[in-house]
Design a protein around this ligand. Structure first.
Ligand code: UD1
Ligand code: CA
Length: 462
């Protein structure tokens, strides 16, 4: 049977106190709504419709083309939100999953269980429920004497007695298509908030003798609805824990999960060790047998097997096998660091290629450079890549040796196997095999110190 999902994501999220639409706030690096879409995709939905409203353009940009987007111009309540998808679903026959864009922890596995239960029981509506120690803020699931779901009451509308119920509505449902939208149209905003509540459909179904069942979630933490920043932090923590658990299950050592931040979608190979205060973000991939951290940030970085990166930042760059980065290196976008390379302390690399086995061990700036293999770049070497107007390239060929404290004024090339004398400011190409020296010759003035002393004493005696 066909399955459609409608994701409600039009609300402003007043309690977030934010200019940004609530569902675009990030959990483990991804907008909350993206997590919900991912879970829906795992169930194999045939149609995926996101209802956007507040910040429509931004939400649409974040979810298209993965999902179709419809607009709820005025946020009149969850029932009204679902109705915005009606036109798109004309002619659709099957089941309709309703999800909220603010429950990022919900898994595809849970949704599959919900849909299976819905179909097995032949219900017209199935509500995903959970039991919470502290149900405050959620709609409560009220049952009749026989234990059948009777209706859902919101926190703001419930009597003290009703609010003692600990079973809550997660805001996730599966509905049979037939009769669904007809019933939605009959919902009225008779409640404390003056909103069209989707939850009212439950009582209407029960009264109309259409079968309603519930499906209880095992892990109540999945239901966490993010309404404020405190819950956002909690969702982020739980999602991170989930990501780290998966990595650890796959053979990654995470020394201290509480201080390790790995975004959803990052991959890490077996026997890699991640030390505390490390952040692995975006499309980062780390190979096997690596050592990452402590205090390292990798953003869209590719790190090859057996490499070490400590106390360093790598952005939009690639590092080869068995490389050794840091401490205190900053590798900026567009860099390719080869196999066995050493990038040491206080080195900045920008948009440069560093060939196999080359070393830039200390205190250097390498920008817009192409460095061959087996090159040694002495401490304090700087590529002067910018003339105030344009960026220029520095080329250092295989096996070259750059003496300490060299300035390489680009565009310039140091040929294969060439040497550059320490302290040189190189403005002309150095041919292969040559020694380039460009510094003032040294002069030693004999007995200068003694003479200076004499002059100072003369003055003092005046
Ligand atoms: C809702 C449920 C509540 C449940 C809780 C679970 C209703 C009336 N209440 O309450 O029973 O326990 O979720 O988290 O449904 N939205 C729209 N358009 C609107 C209003 C809301 O798209 O006009 C979206 C929001 O962006 C959000 C979702 O629907 O993603 C839920 O809305 P929210 O206001 O957070 O509902 P809750 O008060 O949490
Ligand atoms: Ca909510």
């Amino acid at each position: 049977m066909a399955l459609a999902a409608v994701v409600l994501a039009a609300g402003k999220g007043t309690r977030m106190k934010s200019r940004r639409p609530k569902v675009l706030h990030r959990v483990a690096g991804k907008p909350m709504v993206a997590h919900v879409i991912k879970a829906a995709r795992k169930v194999g939905v045939d149609r995926l419709i996101v209802v956007a409203g507040y910040g429509f353009e931004d939400v649409a940009a974040a979810v298209e083309p993965e999902a179709e987007v419809v607009c709820q111009a005025e946020q009149l309540g969850t029932a009204h939100a679902v109705m915005q998808a009606e036109k798109r679903l004309t002619g659709f026959e099957g089941d309709i999953l309703v999800l909220c864009g603010d429950t990022p922890l919900l898994t595809g596995q849970t949704l599959s269980g919900l849909v299976a239960h819905h179909r097995n029981t032949g219900a017209a509506a199935t509500v995903l429920t959970a039991r919470l120690d502290d149900p405050f803020g959620y709609g409560r699931v009220l049952r009749d004497a026989a234990g059948m779901v009777r209706r859902i009451v919101e926190q703001k509308d419930g009597s003290p007695d009703e609010l003692t119920v600990q079973e809550i509505n997660t805001g996730v449902y599966c509905f049979r298509h037939a009769g669904f939208f007809e019933t939605l149209h009959r919902i009225t905003p008779q409640n404390k908030q003056g909103e069209f509540y989707l939850t009212d459909i439950i009582e209407m179904y029960v009264t109309g003798e259409r079968p309603v069942v519930s499906y209880l979630l095992d892990d109540f933490r999945e239901t966490l609805g993010v309404n404020d920043r405190r819950q956002l932090a909690e969702a982020d923590r739980l999602m991170r824990e989930r990501v780290l658990n998966a990595l650890m299950a796959a053979g990654v050592t995470v020394v201290d999960p509480a201080s390790t931040f790995v975004e959803d979608g990052v991959t890490v190979g077996m026997d890699t060790v991640i030390h505390p205060f490390s952040f692995l973000e975006g499309s980062t991939t780390v190979g096997e047998d690596c050592t990452i951290g402590p205090a390292t940030r990798l953003i869209n970085a590719q790190i090859g097997d057996g490499s070490t990166v400590q106390q360093s930042v790598i952005v939009d760059s690639r590092v080869g096998l068995q490389a050794n980065i840091g401490p205190y290196a900053y590798i900026r976008p567009g860099s390719e660091v080869g196999d066995g390379v050493k990038i040491g302390d206080f080195v900045e690399i920008k948009k440069s290629r560093i060939g196999t086995g080359s070393k830039v061990p200390h205190l250097s700036y390498i920008g817009d450079a192409v460095i061959g293999s087996g090159v040694n770049v002495g401490a304090g070497t700087i590529t002067c890549n910018y003339d105030g107007v344009k960026k220029w390239t520095t080329i250092i060929e295989d096996g070259a040796f750059i003496g300490s404290n060299t300035n390489l004024v680009a565009p310039v090339r140091v040929g294969e196997g060439a040497y550059v004398g320490a302290g040189s400011t190189i403005t002309k190409d150095v041919p292969p095999g040559a020694l380039g020296v460009a510094r003032g010759p040294q002069t030693n003035i004999k007995d200068w110190v003694q003479k200076k002393k004499g002059r100072t004493e003369d003055k003092a005696n005046v």
